[in-house]
Ligand binder design. Structure first.
Ligand code: OFO
Length: 174
């Protein structure tokens, strides 16, 4: 089944959003590094790589379906003056909640177009968003739990620096 235009466009738009996520987290990683959170900066850099993989997964799926991809320019993340490390992770959670909404919209568009194959492919992204939000919630909880206790926050930052990028295993048909 040839992918319908509205589904192709929705996938293309989502590719752009995933690249924006990557840029946002790269900027956050820099902020964390500049503000003496090296472990968190590393954690966010791994997140940047995950977002690149999410974009690539969608790109490869459009290639597999034999349709054109519209590559668009990626917005520059605002050079936000995040107030503190908590503000960074709260910003990341808010962004992930927005991404969840958008992924669900792409699923709805594919379902409305009767493109069951695309819906099935997107299942991975739907499940991934649960983890994406949960990760940021855990980070927020940990910052709050260590509030005012710099020893605990320093140990937590050290632990954040241990995150390993293992490659995102986005299941591709074929
Ligand atoms: Fe691609 O999941 Fe985060 O944004």
């Amino acid at each position: 089944m040839k992918m319908k235009e509205e589904v192709r466009k929705a996938f293309s738009t989502q590719i752009n959003r995933e690249y924006y996520s990557a840029f946002l987290y790269l900027q956050m990683s820099d902020w964390l590094n500049q503000n003496n959170w090296p472990g968190c900066a590393h954690w966010m850099y791994v997140q940047y790589k995950e977002e690149l993989a999410h974009a690539q997964g969608l790109f490869e799926y459009l290639q597999y379906r034999g349709v054109e991809v519209d590559i668009d320019k990626v917005d520059k993340p605002e050079k936000k003056e995040w107030e503190n490390v908590l503000g960074v992770f709260e910003g990341a959670l808010a962004h992930e909640q927005q991404i969840t909404t958008w992924i669900n919209e792409v699923v709805d568009i594919a379902a409305k177009a009767g493109d069951k194959a695309a819906v099935l492919f997107l299942d991975w992204y739907v499940v991934e968003q649960v983890e994406e939000e949960a990760n940021q919630e855990v980070n927020i909880d940990n910052v709050k739990a260590g509030d005012g206790m710099s020893g605990i926050l320093r140990r937590w930052d050290y632990h954040m620096g241990k995150r390993v990028f293992s490659g995102e295993d986005i299941p591709m048909p074929g």
